[in-house]
Design a protein around this ligand. Structure first.
Ligand SMILES: [Mg+2]
Length: 145
């Protein structure tokens, strides 16, 4: 795989993915997750590091505006779109990763920074939201997309 292609799953991998999707569908009534995750703790630990780095670089010398922080998350998504538009070449700063990978990472880093600054429980919310999504009906009750 190069940086301009998506992963193409083998038939065996597709079969396994479909099996997992079937398992999730089977869990809809109970609204249970496949397993417990330590994701929130890992997310929070990393987010603390991200925020500390942001402070160390002077980005929190004054309180920041919520709208500005969210707009900057949007800007990272736009950078991901631009990377796709340019064939998704290796990122300039972390060339082992594609531009899209790097820009999506920037989105998460900005979310982590804001989460710590504002005391938002984003890591836990991701698990709660995933659990909610597991329990939703097929195509969330008939939405087109
Ligand atoms: Mg960026």
């Amino acid at each position: 795989m190069n940086n301009t292609q998506f992963v193409e799953f083998t038939d065996e991998q597709n079969e396994r993915i479909n099996e997992l999707a079937d398992e999730y569908r089977a869990r809809v009534e109970g609204s249970t997750l496949k397993r417990d995750y330590d994701f929130p703790q890992t997310f929070n630990e990393m987010a603390q590091d991200v925020h500390a780095n942001s402070r160390a670089h002077g980005w929190w010398e004054q309180d920041r505006n919520n709208g500005e922080m969210i707009a900057l998350m949007h800007s990272e998504l736009s950078e991901a779109l631009e990377a796709f538009r340019h064939g998704n070449p290796p990122d300039d700063h972390i060339p082992d990763f594609s531009g899209v990978e790097a820009e999506l990472a920037d989105v998460v880093i900005r979310i982590m920074d804001m989460a710590v600054a504002r005391g938002l429980r984003v890591g836990d919310a991701i698990i709660a939201k995933h659990k909610y999504n597991v329990a939703r009906p097929h195509k969330h009750g008939g939405k087109a997309f």
